[in-house]
Write a protein of this length. Structure first.
Length: 214
């Protein structure tokens, strides 16, 4: 059976680089829109896992051999770990192309739109009478802000808060920063170089895929 170890180093590098390049492309696009972009944190986490999974998978498959059962076992293991580590389906979001202060103000307006009073404590908004707090955390290098609803009442207010927050973000004119162009440039470089190399090794990749599905 043709194994991953029989493919050339450029092809193996491409298998690692291309998913990460697509991820940087998405970051560039998210950070270059006219309005801030809202993603559920679970979706954001899955995209990140898919992008960087090959960095760990390719060396392991190269060592063990790219058999059907090896690929299946590794996929199952990573899927289980991702489910355990992924944010909850409700009460977690990531906003791209917006600063932390602007996000705080947008969250405050979204809460008021739902008739909710709150106390602000740093980067946390404690909603009065609902056993819920909205916690914000920024990751400047990716230009995003994570919002987490915490408390017994978080699930109940998920849908209404998400809609109000989406409405507020649609009214904000986002500023495209140099970071967005940097992500797009990184993605372009990462995509073009491996693809140029892989084009000459397509028969090997076709044989590998054929062997995996036998």
């Amino acid at each position: 059976m043709l194994g991953l170890e029989q493919l050339s180093l450029p092809v193996q590098v491409a298998a690692v680089v291309i998913p990460a390049a697509v991820y940087f492309l998405l970051l560039g696009l998210l950070n270059s829109q006219r309005t801030p972009q809202l993603l559920r944190a679970r979706t954001d986490f899955v995209l990140m896992v898919l992008a960087f999974f090959p960095i760990f998978a390719v060396p392991v498959l190269q060592y063990l051999g790219a058999s059907y059962w090896t690929v299946l076992g590794m996929t199952a293991l990573v899927s289980a770990a991702a489910l355990l580590l992924a944010p909850g389906r409700k009460g977690n979001w990531v906003i791209y192309n917006l600063t932390l202060p602007e996000t705080l103000r947008a969250v405050e307006r979204a809460l008021r739109a739902n008739g909710m009073a709150f106390d602000r404590r740093g980067k946390t908004l404690v909603v009065q009478g609902h056993d819920v707090s909205a916690k914000l955390a920024a990751l400047p290098i990716l230009r995003n802000v994570t919002i987490t609803l915490d408390g017994p009442g978080a699930a109940a207010m998920h849908e209404a808060f998400e809609q109000s927050l989406s409405d507020e973000l649609a009214l904000i004119h986002a500023q495209t920063t140099p970071m967005a162009a940097t992500f797009l440039l990184i993605s372009t470089v990462m995509l073009t170089t491996p693809l140029a190399v892989v084009a000459n090794r397509m028969p090997d990749m076709v044989r590998l895929i054929g062997d995996l599905v036998k």
